[in-house]
Ligand binder design. Sequence first.
Ligand code: AMP
Length: 177
Amino acid sequence: MQADEIELASYVRCVPDFPKTGIQFQDISPLLASPLAFRTSIEKMSIIARDLSFSHIVGIDSRGFIFGAALAIHMNKPFVMMRKPNKLPLASHSQIYDLEYGQDALEIQETVVPKTAEVLLLDDVIATGGTLVAAAKLIRQLDANVVGAMTLLEIKALKGSNQLQSNDIKYFSVLSV
Ligand code: AMP
């Protein structure tokens, strides 16, 4: 089978009530377990990304690392990790954001993001958009520019893309549910 013939969406499995009642968890494990589906998803991302003028890919902890790193190799761009707290040595900047219950934070090393960087943010899924908005604020703290944010999948009902638009972040996705 050729990459353009597969139904990519069929490789993402919806798991009801995980990790909490009421959450429809979008599980990318079957997609990653298929070399054809994984490669197709990266090729589709690269088709979108080649029209954007960006210098760095920043992947968000943790599933954003999978797609971000693969896309960075595919497009020959530097890859940068944006991590949850206390995971990254020499982290210089952080951004706190609200979750449904409580707060979380993202951290980054300024040494790997020059002020001239034109950043494409990468994650697996957008739900409310809170994570990607916080990620963009963190990049802007470094005086670098956010060219856009990309995910494999958008959960449209949660309207995350509206949050991104309100924060002046261009958004791109391969799939939506
Ligand atoms: P949000 O900040 O609400 O847009 O949530 C996006 C982040 O949480 C991403 O890093 C996703 O991996 C994860 N996430 C949130 N909701 C889901 C979901 N229903 N299925 C899979 N991942 C999710």
